[in-house]
Design a protein around this ligand. Structure first.
Ligand SMILES: Nc1ncnc2c1ncn2[C@@H]1O[C@H](COP(=O)(O)OP(=O)(O)OP(=O)(O)O)[C@@H](O)[C@H]1O
Length: 268
């Protein structure tokens, strides 16, 4: 895999049609208001990061985007259609890769499952599985079971399985939260590189402010109780991003300070 991140897509042009649109979304769960009047758009191929203090509703917002929850009022649209249930062209990458993968299937078997789901004929699957495992840096691990793989490898496998669906959108919930710093940075770059060819739209939830700035075209921060937008920052850092030079860029440091102050204020 490459070292520098190769994602050249720039922030979307204002007025471009939204792929994912939250319109005045409110959600009550168990008699409690979790999300209130949440409105935002995500443009095709945009990389939107969502940050916020623990419990502010980031995962819940992602579940709404996935069609796993229905709003109490307002609506979530995908390509102009109301999101009433999960769709095959919207894939979810979870933090808990251990639970997302089938332990009794090999790496190839786990990717195959997604290909079976989209109805790819059996004869075409081996070549596609090889290509996907190669893409995520696991070309020699097709026969391994998840338990035989490191955390970073399992997360790569989960990403390969999601890409097998050829999704229009990837919803990622703290996908690298359980990984060590070096593995995490490597995977950040790999995801940016993969998206360069897949052009999928991304909503990426993270606690890590630097990760959000490094990856995103835009960052939104949620305020808690109930979850609502408190800050929205376009990230105009040049692409391709680079783990050293991007993070040293004065604009990166300014954005980090702004998000840090936001989180601190939202927790007090
Ligand atoms: N099914 C549910 N029923 C009732 N309350 C819920 C339910 N799911 C989530 N909540 C509450 O909604 C709030 C937001 O939860 P959510 O998991 O979306 O936050 P988060 O920002 O992702 O948190 P974290 O950063 O800690 O993962 C929390 O107060 C949580 O307890």
């Amino acid at each position: 895999m490459t070292i520098a991140a190769v994602r050249t897509t720039t922030a979307p042009v204002t007025g471009e049609k939204a792929q994912i649109a939250f319109s005045n979304v409110t959600l009550d769960l168990g008699g409690k208001r979790i999300i209130e009047d949440l409105s935002f758009d995500v443009k095709p191929s945009e990389f939107l990061c969502v940050i916020g203090a623990s419990g502010c509703g980031k995962t819940t917002a992602l579940r709404l985007a996935a069609g796993l929850y229905q709003p109490t009022s307002g609506q979530v649209n995908f390509d102009g259609a109301v999101m009433r249930e999960p769709r095959r062209d919207v894939a979810i990458v979870f933090q808990d890769y251990g639970k997302a993968l089938l332990p009794w299937r090999t790496a190839a078997g786990n990717v195959s499952l997604a290909l079976e789901t989209i109805g790819m004929p059996a004869a075409q699957r081996p070549a596609r599985i090889d290509a996907l495992l190669k893409k995520v840096g696991l070309p020699n691990h097709a026969g391994k079971y998840p338990a035989e793989m490191s955390g970073g490898m399992q997360q790569r496998l989960q990403i390969a399985r999601c890409l097998a669906q050829e999704p229009k959108a990837l919803l990622m919930d703290e996908p690298f939260g359980a990984l060590d710093a070096m593995t995490r940075q490597g995977l950040q770059d790999e995801v940016l590189t993969l998206l360069e060819s897949s052009k999928a739209t991304v909503i990426f939830v993270t606690h890590d402010l630097e990760e959000a700035i490094y990856l995103g075209d835009r960052v939104i921060g949620l305020l808690p109780h109930p979850g609502r937008i408190g800050i929205e920052l376009p990230i105009d850092l040049p692409r391709p991003r680079d783990q050293l030079t991007t993070r040293e860029n004065p604009e990166f440091l300014r954005l980090r300070r702004e998000l840090f102050d936001f989180i601190k204020a939202s927790e007090s």
